[in-house]
Design a protein around this ligand. Structure first.
Ligand SMILES: [Zn+2]
Length: 77
């Protein structure tokens, strides 16, 4: 089951947009020239995915199942 996220800025609940950090061009160059830095760069990119709200692009959606989101949803109605 996909995790849904709640946006604290606009109240949207849904799947966030996910962007990878860094660029694939740098990743390829590092892999071609230096295997080890390329490996670390790939791991760094995979570990750092940024989430953005689909509606307002706020960079801080929280899991919809979290207590904070539940409180917001109960209060807004
Ligand atoms: Zn939003």
């Amino acid at each position: 089951m996909a995790t849904e996220f709640f946006c604290t800025s606009c109240g949207t609940v849904g799947k966030p947009r996910v962007r990878n950090r860094g660029s694939s061009a740098i990743e390829i160059i590092l892999w071609l020239c230096f295997i080890i830095p390329g490996l670390f760069y790939t791991l760094w990119r995979m570990g750092r995915k940024d989430r953005y709200c689909r509606n307002c692009n706020a960079p801080n959606p929280i899991p919809a199942s979290s207590p904070m989101a539940q409180r917001h949803l109960a209060g807004v109605r």
